[in-house]
Design a protein around this ligand. Sequence first.
Ligand code: NAD
Ligand code: UDP
Length: 338
Amino acid sequence: MEVLLAGGAGYIGSHTAVELLNAGHNVIIVDNYSNSSPEVVRRIQKISRRSIISYEADVRSKTDMMGIMEAHAIDSVIHFAGLKAVGESVKNPLEYYRNNIDTTLNLLECMKDCGVHNIVFSSSATVYGEENPYPYKETMPRGNCSNPYGWTKSMIEQIFEDAVKADPELSVVLLRYFNPIGAHPSGHMGEDPQGIPNNLMPYVAQVAVGRRDHLIVFGNDYPTPDGTCRRDYIHVVDLADGHVKAVEYAAQHKGAEVFNLGTGTPYSVLEIVEAFERSNSVPVKYEFGSRRDGDLAEFWANADKAREVLNWRASRSLDEMCRDTWNWQKSNPNGYNN
Ligand code: NAD
Ligand code: UDP
């Protein structure tokens, strides 16, 4: 298949590109590099030993996206292109709604004009909101999100569901990611946050490598076994494999389907720190701080549907997630700007 990856130079898109190439598909990347770099495309080619086509373009541009879709016989689109920093979305909500929703609408309109019927979307466990009991199941209703980033994902899911009702040709797969961490085992690709990392694993890795002094654990008085929050961390290569299955599924079905991509097992912040220290034999200094606004005490996935329908399951262990993160961080202490 020819698969267009919108936002494909980012953390999840780049790992997905490699797994799609490994599975025998062709990929075309479109990215404006607002949160990534063209170096990522070189790394994808280095790992896969395949040459790929990439475009520097804004997915919101009708002219650019029509030109790209008309130039290639695209079978399916995977839509990663979005802004994703929760705190930033609270400060700049309009930028988040504008970017995340416009990229989606433009992709759907261009796909319709060019006769492309299949799309996989990067959604998030955040759409379950605060009300649903865990583990989260796809049959639960979307809940109230605590920030504009989450609302963009919830609204975009609704947009896709409405578009599918109006177009019997359309096939949509909504993937609700849990907490992707880890890096490619080669050490050539990984997560490269700009500035101070918002997420736990890149922060832990930057403390271990000496770029940050210590981690602040946000709250140790939650009603969890050790008092720190628990999440369902998933290796990014397992997540990428899930996209290969999802895009192959989308090509053979019509309508909209939702899948959780998680492991089904939660780990606490302290368990992550301990696993990172143990598997890499490096110390990670930390202190306890206050709770972060909007954090839920714990949640994790029921991952049965993806196993039963997509024949996919996460197989990589927490130690592998920690080792691969460290391998990437050690070899690229400043990310892609080495
Ligand atoms: P990322 O920021 O690394 O990748 C997103 C890519 O999209 C970047 O390369 C960025 O430059 C590009 N982009 C953004 N807006 C664009 C536009 N208008 N035109 C062209 N390119 C644009 O993020 P990621 O971690 O790879 O996440 C991919 C998707 O998955 C995002 O939609 C994100 O919201 C979603 N998601 C991520 C996580 C996570 O923890 N990483 C969890 C749930 C959902
Ligand atoms: N966390 C933390 N310190 C940090 C970053 C995150 O203690 O510097 C905690 C956070 O409170 C949450 C967990 O780590 O319980 C995962 O946070 P992350 O931002 O990675 O993902 P989220 O689940 O919020 O999307």
